[in-house]
Design a protein around this ligand. Structure first.
Ligand SMILES: N[C@@H](CCC(=O)N[C@@H](CS)C(=O)NCC(=O)O)C(=O)O
Length: 190
């Protein structure tokens, strides 16, 4: 099995944590630099992660998680868990857009429709997820909890949100630091 990704991507990190003790080769690419040709050869959507297993290529962390779960014969996620993933991905995709815009020299704090929409989505989803944490919905260390961990830790690493009012997300993150593969996959190490 081979996982193509990077050490800073929150989408790749969730798969690395999920793979746990599974033996696999990790291909760490700089997708905006010298690793871009390799990315072009492996995924026409030009995104990471990509998993290769027995000649089968799989794009997108969510589909990779489904593939691994089917392979292990695990129960599929419930519809409520799928909604949790959609919220986590919604906030994460918008935050990636903000970061790429900043890296492109755009001031994303401007009062522009596109950035207002991204900021609003990030905050509405994070507030809902924080309320879910308070209700005890992420107590079990399963795939949705791993994805939430990777999102919160990455947002803090990239300094992308104001945590006022959603501090329970940081408490959730702090309480899961000792879970397997969390320290080993910390993006600050790269
Ligand atoms: N829905 C995808 C999102 C993956 C994604 O956006 N990855 C980022 C890295 S954090 C990426 O490859 N971005 C490249 C780009 O947007 O050009 C997944 O869950 O795998």
């Amino acid at each position: 099995m081979k996982l193509i990704g990077s050490t800073t991507s929150p989408y790749v990190r969730r798969v690395r944590i999920l793979l746990d003790e599974e033996p696999y080769e990790f291909v760490d690419l700089n997708i905006y630099g010298e690793g871009r040709d390799e990315l072009r050869r492996n995924n026409p959507t030009l995104k990471i992660p990509v998993l290769e297993d027995d000649g089968q290529e799989i794009y997108d962390s969510r589909i990779i998680a489904r593939y691994l779960s089917a392979k292990q014969g695990s129960d599929p996620l419930t519809w409520d868990q799928q909604n949790q993933l959609t919220m986590i991905d919604g906030a994460n995709d918008s935050a990636v857009t903000m970061l790429l815009s900043e890296k492109s020299g755009i001031d994303t704090s401007q009062d522009l429709m596109f950035y207002n929409l991204q900021r609003e989505r990030i905050m509405t989803t994070l507030r809902t997820l924080a309320a879910m944490v308070d209700e005890g919905q992420f107590e079990i260390w399963n795939y949705p909890a791993i994805c939430l961990y990777c999102l919160v830790d990455w947002l803090e690493f990239r300094d992308l949100v104001d945590w006022a009012g959603i501090e329970s997300l940081l408490s959730f993150r702090d309480s899961r630091k000792d879970q397997p593969w969390v320290a080993e996959t910390d993006p600050r190490q790269s």
